[in-house]
Design a protein around this ligand. Structure first.
Ligand SMILES: [Zn+2]
Length: 256
């Protein structure tokens, strides 16, 4: 289907309805102005609670600019850049849907996609898993193994759950896995998720560690649907404040 071509301030948005360009531009202006009532009115009514906490912006915005607006499947995706009083810039991508009551935001996210860091990162209170976290800090993926029967153990237990031996040691294993399962989280279940939604969590199986499975957030997962069995590579993301690093997964390049 041929869509009309729409322009705004020398910008060309092929295939985008003119009224949506107007709505998206106005949306940027009301967000920059902090006009919460007008912002909420732009949200799809059944997703207000999700959308309001999905994206993250600095409080003192002075300017918005519609960078891009394009058809994406049944939706239209707008990238709007917001400038704060200190000059810092934040880009949000909103996806728009035409409902009977008009154009509404049905998804919104910060760009580029960055994974959330939970407040719970780091060893458990009993310290049983501390060597795993120390391993991440030293660039190693460490998983405990029973010295007596060779059983790989995850999560960490004080004794081997198979032979009940107390002799368990931490072994560095190749930091790779295969996607066993995954999910994309859209809801802001925790305050730390704001500005990082949606994100993909992968449960990766480690054949080199007895098939034990480790959870991690998948990097560069915006718009990506992993396949079960797909290879993933571990990355150890340092903490910005000197705290514990965290395990992330990244899809390996296809071997063709
Ligand atoms: Zn054992």
């Amino acid at each position: 289907m041929e869509r009309p071509m729409t322009t705004v301030e020398e910008k060309v948005f092929p295939g985008v309805p003119a009224d949506l360009v107007e709505v998206a531009e106005r949306h940027g202006r009301v967000v920059a102005a902090g006009d919460n009532k007008a912002i909420l009115a732009d949200f799809r009514p059944d997703r207000v609670a999700q959308l309001i906490a999905s994206a993250s912006l600095p409080p003192d915005l002075v300017k918005s600019e519609l960078l891009d607006l394009r058809p994406e499947g049944d939706l239209f995706a707008a990238r709007i850049r917001y400038t704060a009083a200190d000059g810092s810039e934040t880009v949000l991508r909103s996806r728009w849907i035409r409902l009977p009551e008009g154009w509404k935001v049905t998804q919104v996210r910060n760009l580029p996609a960055t994974p959330p860091r939970m407040h719970t990162i780091g060893p458990a209170e009993d310290g049983h898993d501390t060597p795993h976290w120390e391993g991440l800090r030293e660039g190693e993926l460490r998983v405990p193994q029973c010295d007596d029967c060779g059983n790989w153990i995850w999560p960490k237990r004080p004794i081997c759950p198979r032979c009940h031996s107390f002799k368990v040691s931490w072994k560095a294993v190749e930091p790779t896995g295969k996607v066993f399962s995954w999910t994309r989280t859209w809801q802001p279940f925790a305050p730390e998720f704001s500005g990082h939604l949606p994100f993909v969590t992968v449960l990766a199986e480690l054949p080199q560690a007895g098939g034990r499975r480790l959870l991690g957030i998948l990097l560069d997962a915006d718009g990506v649907d992993p396949q079960v069995g797909q290879q993933v590579q571990a990355e150890f993301e340092a903490s910005p404040d000197g705290g514990w690093p965290v395990l992330r997964w990244r899809l390996s390049k296809e071997e063709s």
